[in-house]
Each structure stands twice: as C-alpha cells, then as structure tokens.
Design a protein around this ligand. Structure first.
Ligand SMILES: Nc1ncnc2c1ncn2[C@@H]1O[C@H](COP(=O)(O)OP(=O)(O)O)[C@@H](O)[C@H]1O
Ligand SMILES: [Mg+2]
Length: 206
C-alpha cells in the first residue's frame, strides 16, 4: 500500500469508535433483567472468591456496581466478612478516583451521577497502590486485556497507579469479552477478565 493511503490514527476517530461501541454495549445491557444482573453477580462473586489471588489479598480495591453492571454488592460483603480490607472509589470532580474503606453495607452513601460511595474518610488517589487485588468495572475487555470504560478515563488513571505484578480483574457479561477494543496511549489493560459463563480468564501480557 502506498504510504499516503495508510490510515492515519486520529483521536477524533478513536473517540468516535469508542463512543459507538459504548452505545452498542449499553443498549445490550439495558435488555438485561434485574434477575440476570443479580445472577451474573453471584456467579462472578463465587469465581472471584475462589481465586488464589483473592485468598491471598489483604487489601482489595473494588467498586459498588451501578445501573446494569454485574451486581457486586454480594461480593463486597463477602470480601469484607472474610476479613479483607476493601477499598471503594470516590469519583472526584476531575474524573480521577479517591479511595475509602468499605465497612459493611451501612458504610455507604449516595455519590455523584447515581453512584454509591464509601462514607469513610478518603485515603487519597494513591491508596489504590496498596491493593493486592484490583477489581474494576468495564463495558468491554478485549483479548489482550484492553479495557473500555464509560468514557471518563477514571480507571485509566487509577490503573496507572497499580504495580505490574498486582492482579487486576475486569467484571463483564459474556458478550462483552471481545476480540478488539479501540485504544489510545492512555488506555490501561487488565490482567484478567471475569465473566458469568466462563469464570476468570488470565490474559496474555504483551
Ligand atoms: N492518565 C490520564 N490523565 C488525565 N486524563 C486522562 C487519563 N487517562 C484518561 N484521561 C481522560 O479520560 C478521557 C476518556 O478516556 P477513555 O479511555 O475514552 O475513557 P474510558 O477509559 O472510561 O473508556 C480521555 O480522553 C482523557 O481526557
Ligand atoms: Mg480508557
């Protein structure tokens, strides 16, 4: 191919590609019933709880599910009950994430944009660096672990603070594990993907 015909990657094109994929994935999630969402959450909860990395983890950074995400409430409760120190995100005005501890279902309060946040004192955006296991939401994950979020880039910032050996797991529905997610320089990969039917899969490092 003549070099002049080679496609030149443009951020506008990347953002449009991501936006189109998000729209399609969110539309599919809207079709899910509360029972399907809860069922997915239960299966993913059990898969994560039986992971050796979870059993070894003193501190787990996780999140409280919102909208049609696979339910994480039961997982948070189970992690806390068995003695893990659980950190949950607090969305900051600039889209970055602060972190505070989960101390059971009564330690939560409503946050911005329909989110539920920990009411405990914030520990700083760097607190995620102390986690032994990091669980993150995603709209899609590709076969190399590249992750698509809701468009705020919050987890690109948070995951950049997580050390290379720390296991990071994205929780998605089966059809959201896709061959390719469009990505830019700032996008961060995860090391594992958790799905209701297939359980947890370790993804190859590039
Ligand atoms: N490390 C970073 N520092 C500052 N802003 C960032 C960073 N990573 C991502 N962002 C911001 O987040 C925006 C959305 O990122 P994007 O990857 O499209 O969203 P998501 O990861 O939620 O799908 C980016 O255009 C950028 O403005
Ligand atoms: Mg991103």
């Amino acid at each position: 191919m003549d070099a002049r015909e080679a496609p030149v990657p443009r951020p506008g094109g990347l953002n449009r590609g991501k936006a189109a994929l998000r729209e399609r994935l969110l539309a599919a999630r809207r079709q899910l019933t509360p029972a399907e969402r809860a069922g997915a959450g239960r299966v993913i909860r059990d898969a994560i709880l039986s992971l050796p990395e979870t059993q070894m983890a003193g501190t787990v950074a996780a999140y409280y599910s919102v909208g049609a995400e696979p339910e994480t409430r039961g997982l948070l409760f189970a992690l806390w009950k068995r003695g893990s120190y659980v950190l949950l995100p607090i969305l900051l005005p600039d889209g970055d994430l602060d972190w505070a501890s989960y101390e059971g279902p009564d330690s939560l309060r409503p946050g911005p944009r329909g989110l539920t946040e920990p009411a405990e004192p914030p520990r700083g955006a760097g607190a995620i660096s102390s986690a032994d296991l990091v669980l993150v939401p995603a709209l899609a994950v590709d076969h190399s672990g590249m992750r698509l979020g809701r468009g705020g880039g919050s987890y690109d910032r948070a995951l950049a603070r997580v050390g290379t050996p720390v296991p990071t797991v994205a929780l998605v529905y089966d059809s959201e594990f896709v061959p390719h997610v469009p990505s830019g320089q700032h996008d961060q990969r995860v090391r594992m993907v958790a799905r209701p039917s297939a359980g947890i899969m370790r993804l190859p490092r590039e």
